[in-house]
Write a protein that binds this ligand. Structure first.
Ligand code: GLY
Length: 370
């Protein structure tokens, strides 16, 4: 069964389709968006090698002419150099304003191709076909696109909404277990920030989601996308409620900065540790019952994810260095620390102007070095 989840943004509204078999039927879903009956697939060397042919064949069967641009797999492609290279290759194909490109891959490809689409000839349309769990439940929906710079991740970018998102659950069968767990961190984050019933469902069914049981995946991805769509429709450019999606991310970015943004600690793992810390910090500040923070840590660890700082390779970290990284965060305004905290599982809120001394004390209590 295919779920259709609308993202309501007026003239820029679009649907996210979630279900099995969508890549093989991509042609019929995408062709109506291609009046010129041609498209360019932007993919990476891994996804392209394993699944590119199937997507291209499906489009060709729908009478769509297909060009393919393959970028190197890995975060390095999400750079000024990667953007210049992709833009140049799009120009060489002589795409015009009426053309639509397809981002076929995980978060890196979605962010890079989406950003290129936002600036190519002042903006062309694009369609997301996300191939990782993380991209399906988070980065492909909501129009955030960006590249990294030497000063930090995702610092140069644009809001550019896709015209359609196809989240094929079958493709997750070949996703490495560690990548599944990373995506699961973002799934369970939705329960933590806004839906206690979904969190409880994941406590019981999380193992089936991770084992790629189709029904469990459909429920997990569908509910995650539904929550993201609802939040984005209400606050597209993150002036308010959309910031709740950053639960755990301030701690996560600091831990990623300390561990080098690489294989030591992947983004989803950092988000998991960050969510554990956000709940414990909420407890320390008197906002949240300790039992909820314990439940969050248990649920994360049950999925093989870090539940707090002590589970992160490289522990113990230096408290002042972590705070320094947090102050560089995009969400920090005029040097004031902003955190997404929780009153309980299912109720997150934005806390502005958090006291740096209270933060430092908390980090030391969690085992950071003074
Ligand atoms: N990944 C957070 C957001 O899209 O707002």
């Amino acid at each position: 069964m295919i779920q259709t989840i609308p993202v309501g943004l007026g003239a820029r509204s679009y649907d996210v389709l979630v279900g099995p078999g969508l890549i093989d039927r991509a042609g019929e879903h995408i062709a109506p968006f291609l009046p010129a009956r041609r498209t360019t697939i932007v993919t990476d060397s891994n996804v392209g090698a394993h699944h590119g042919e199937r997507l291209a064949v499906s489009l060709e069967q729908a009478d769509v002419a297909v060009d393919v641009i393959t970028v190197p797999a890995g975060e390095e492609s999400k750079s000024f150099a990667g953007l210049a290279d992709l833009s140049d290759r799009l120009l060489a194909l002589e795409l015009d304003r009426g053309d639509v490109i397809i981002a076929f891959g995980g978060g890196v490809v979605g962010d890079l191709a989406g950003f290129a689409a936002s600036i190519y000839k002042r903006g062309i349309d694009f369609i997301q076909v996300p191939t990782s769990l993380l991209a399906q439940v988070d980065s492909s929906v909501g129009g955030k696109t960006a590249i990294d710079t030497s000063r930090g991740k995702n610092l140069i970018g644009a809001f550019h909404q896709p015209r359609l998102v196809l989240a094929d659950l079958d493709i997750l069968a070949t996703l490495p277990d560690r990548e599944m767990a990373c995506g699961y961190a973002e799934v369970i984050k939705y329960g933590m920030l806004g839906d206690e019933t979904f969190f409880a469902w994941l406590e019981t069914n999380g193992a089936d989601v991770l084992a790629r049981d189709t029904a469990a995946l459909a429920q997990a991805v569908g509910r995650s996308v539904e929550m993201k769509a609802e939040i984005v429709a209400e606050d597209e450019t993150e002036k308010g409620r959309r910031a709740l999606l950053n639960l755990g991310h301030t701690f996560a970015h600091a831990l990623e900065a300390e561990t080098g943004y690489g294989e030591t600690l992947k983004h989803g793992e950092a988000v998991a540790a960050g969510c554990g810390l956000a709940f414990r910090f909420s407890v320390a500040l008197g906002h949240c019952p300790p039992a909820d923070a314990d439940r969050v840590a248990r649920a994360l660890k049950a999925a093989g994810l870090p539940g707090g700082m002590a589970d992160v390779p490289g522990y113990p970290f230096n408290a002042d260095r972590l705070i320094h990284h947090m102050a560089q965060d995009k969400k920090a305004q005029a040097g004031a620390l902003t955190f997404i905290l929780a009153r309980r599982i299912g109720e997150a809120f934005t806390a502005k102007g958090v006291d740096p001394d209270a933060l430092r004390q908390f980090l030391i209590t969690e085992g950071a070095l003074p």
